[in-house]
Design a protein around this ligand. Structure first.
Ligand SMILES: *[C@@H]1O[C@H](CO)[C@@H](O)[C@H](O)[C@H]1NC(C)=O
Ligand SMILES: *[C@@H]1O[C@H](CO)[C@@H](O)[C@H](O)[C@H]1NC(C)=O
Ligand SMILES: *[C@@H]1O[C@H](CO)[C@@H](O)[C@H](O)[C@H]1NC(C)=O
Ligand SMILES: *[C@@H]1O[C@H](CO)[C@@H](O)[C@H](O)[C@H]1NC(C)=O
Ligand SMILES: *[C@@H]1O[C@H](CO)[C@@H](O)[C@H](O)[C@H]1NC(C)=O
Ligand SMILES: *[C@@H]1O[C@H](CO)[C@@H](O)[C@H](O)[C@H]1NC(C)=O
Ligand SMILES: *[C@@H]1O[C@H](CO)[C@@H](O)[C@H](O)[C@H]1NC(C)=O
Ligand SMILES: *[C@@H]1O[C@H](CO)[C@@H](O)[C@H](O)[C@H]1NC(C)=O
Ligand SMILES: *[C@@H]1O[C@H](CO)[C@@H](O)[C@H](O)[C@H]1NC(C)=O
Ligand SMILES: *[C@@H]1O[C@H](CO)[C@@H](O)[C@H](O)[C@H]1NC(C)=O
Length: 405
């Protein structure tokens, strides 16, 4: 037996006695052997944290049905099995971390836990969760060899983070909402991620994934980001509002984006370095972008037909020969851009405008207060500072004339 402190040793005896007297078993324990765990068998309700830390090869937690506290098992090299046959409810954390030999995780009655963390479990195929966990505050599964998350079926969660699970081939979630962070990354190369019931999520980060389905999402409260994935298509048919930014960056197989219901992005709009995305379109009803536009790549056009209000600056930079800035230059000229800078760069021409307080006044109720940028050359009007760098003089001239019509 190895307890962290001598008093803890005494505590087990006391607990057993308390339990037989039908009282609550409570303490915070670090247990180091199976016999320590057996000592808890008379506690259907245990109040306190149980930390398993010792050279066990298997750990069985009998008797406890409700753990008002956390169960923490970390870094035990030879632990192959952890079972808790009676445990129904853990109010605190369930943490299994750095357990390279663990191949059996059996919690046949477990229905709820607070924060579930399964990290670095490199011998584990499946969880044995016969009842099924239907309630948890957060779920983190990282760096494991599990093949399925069957047995965990949550409708709501604060945080979901699933990353680096190379054998996880099915990821079908029952989630309806995610109130804080939803982060998926480095899924297996053949995994289809599906959130058929998800209606809203706060902050969504999808990175290094192959496929994702979000058919029912109507609102993202904060950021929605798709990064470095091999997605061919991004489709959010019912998404109406994004409370933060939309970022679609470095998705090298992406050919199509479809956001047919999206009207408002309160933060920035960033679509960058998606090498096969020929057209930035699929935003037929997007009217307002509360942050900046940052669009970089080899696209032929950036088509947001209903846009009427960009609160931040604009940077559009295309290396496609087809791309022409004139629509966006026109939009800027009409006062659609309220940030302090505007730059549109095509292969043959580039138009930069530093939008000053003066221009803001001129164009009406604008709040932009930026001053001239370093790269701008002064013009006589004072309202716009235009910097045109160009491969084609004609293009440059056109842009220049355009600015001062
Ligand atoms: C895991 O335990 C070993 C000793 O058994 C120790 O050397 C190592 O630092 C621990 N790792 C972590 C991440 O705690
Ligand atoms: C688990 O315990 C908490 C706290 O007592 C309670 O709110 C929750 O309903 C319980 N969950 C289940 C599935 O029993
Ligand atoms: C999508 O959300 C609506 C509104 O809650 C719901 O009625 C509908 O069943 C959901 N669709 C799917 C496929 O879950
Ligand atoms: C969203 O979550 C990611 C981690 O998943 C974090 O890096 C980022 O800062 C969060 N963004 C916001 C706006 O909270
Ligand atoms: C996110 O937006 C949805 C839909 O508008 C709303 O019901 C939910 O309360 C919001 N969540 C947060 C955390 O703001
Ligand atoms: C991008 O994804 C590839 C796998 O598709 C991975 O090897 C690479 O490390 C990722 N890069 C970044 C910057 O995340
Ligand atoms: C893009 O996807 C949408 C929705 O799936 C579809 O209607 C549209 O035809 C696609 N566009 C292209 C160019 O593939
Ligand atoms: C896009 O690629 C360029 C060139 O590799 C790089 O400088 C820039 O930081 C990338 N942008 C984003 C948003 O990743
Ligand atoms: C945008 O470019 C794509 C690809 O070249 C083309 O199919 C599409 O018709 C263009 N859309 C507009 C509105 O010009
Ligand atoms: C861009 O489009 C405008 C308007 O259609 C046209 O006048 C101009 O010549 C085009 N510029 C280039 C470089 O093709």
């Amino acid at each position: 037996m190895r307890f962290a402190l001598p008093w803890a040793f005494a505590a087990v005896g006391a607990l057993a006695a308390e339990a037989s007297g039908n009282t609550v078993c409570s303490s915070s324990l670090t247990v180091a052997s199976q016999s320590d765990l057996d000592g808890l068998a008379g506690c259907p309700l245990f109040v306190g944290n149980i930390v398993i830390d010792g050279p066990l090869t298997s750990a069985n937690i009998p008797g406890i049905q409700m753990l008002q506290g956390s169960l923490i098992v970390k870094n035990i090299t030879d632990l192959t099995s952890i079972t808790a046959p009676d445990l129904v409810n853990i109010t605190g954390a369930l943490t299994l971390e750095i357990l390279q030999s663990l191949s059996v995780v059996s919690f046949p009655k477990l229905k709820s836990a607070g924060d579930i963390t399964f990290v670095t479990l490199t011998s584990l195929d499946t969880f044995q969760l016969d009842s099924g966990i239907t309630s948890a505050k957060s779920l983190i599964i990282s760096d494991t060899t599990i093949k399925s998350i069957a047995g965990i079926s949550l409708e709501t969660v604060d945080t979901l983070n699933i990353n680096n699970n190379k054998f996880l081939t099915t990821l079908d979630f029952n989630l309806q909402s995610v109130s804080n962070i939803l982060e998926l990354s480095s899924t297996a190369s053949n995994v289809e991620v599906s959130f058929p019931y998800l209606q809203w999520a706060n902050n969504v980060t999808l990175r290094d994934i192959v496929s994702v389905s979000l058919p029912n999402v109507t609102a993202i409260n904060s950021t929605l980001s798709f990064t470095n994935s091999s997605l061919q298509e991004i489709s959010c048919p019912f998404l109406k509002t994004i409370g933060g930014s939309l970022a679609i960056v470095s998705n090298n197989q992406l050919t199509n984006t479809s956001f047919p219901s999206l009207t408002t992005i309160s933060g920035g709009f960033q679509v960058a370095n998606n090498s096969h995305l020929a057209a930035i379109e699929g935003f037929p009803v997007l009217q307002k972008i509360g942050g900046a536009i940052d669009v970089v790549g080899a696209f032929d056009n950036v088509t947001i037909p209903m846009i009427n209000d960009v609160s931040g600056g604009v940077l559009i930079d295309s290396s496609s020969e087809q791309f022409n800035c004139s629509d966006w230059n026109n939009f800027q000229k009409m006062g659609g851009v309220h940030g302090d800078s505007y730059k549109c760069k095509a292969l043959s021409s580039s138009t930069s405008v530093a939008i000053t307080a003066n221009s803001a006044t001129k164009t009406g109720s604008r709040s932009a207060t930026g001053t001239g940028s370093a790269s701008s050359s002064s013009s006589s009007g004072g309202a716009y500072h235009v910097d045109v760098s160009s491969a084609s003089t004609l293009g440059a001239l056109a842009a220049l004339i355009f600015q001062f019509l």
